[in-house]
Design a protein around this ligand. Structure first.
Ligand SMILES: [Zn+2]
Length: 121
């Protein structure tokens, strides 16, 4: 015997995972995950290629969804709004030492640790 409560209004579970952002790739997804974590928000990454994968997310992963608890959705969106503004104002940069491309939100090269230098010659 089934008991489907179809007539009841959907009540949002505060611990349901909701999508708040779609990252361009695994690298950005991890930046955002770290950003949210620094504000005390747990997040979960979800992408098509992640299914069945254990542990590490490849940096070339594309279209990664960032999910947070419904409870934290509003707070996460404020953080992401700031992130997007920062991202628009600061372009990606290439490390002068190892020539790796770094995301705008990185202060140091993810590959070799060289500090970002905004000086122009
Ligand atoms: Zn570097």
């Amino acid at each position: 015997m089934q008991n489907n409560n179809l007539n009841q209004p959907a009540k949002q579970d505060p611990f349901a995972w909701v999508k708040v952002f779609q990252a361009e790739n695994g690298l950005e997804a991890n930046i955002i995950k770290g950003l949210l974590k620094s504000k005390g928000i747990e997040s979960q990454l979800q992408g098509e290629l992640l299914q069945g994968a254990l542990g590490e997310i490849p940096f070339e992963q594309t279209g990664v969804d960032i999910l947070v608890y419904a409870l934290k959705e509003r707070q996460a969106q404020e953080i992401l709004l700031n992130y997007r503004q920062l991202k628009q104002s600061a372009p990606d940069w290439v490390c002068p030492k190892c020539h790796e491309l770094n995301g705008a939100t990185f202060e140091i090269c993810w590959s070799c640790g060289t500090v970002k230098n905004d000086e122009s010659e």
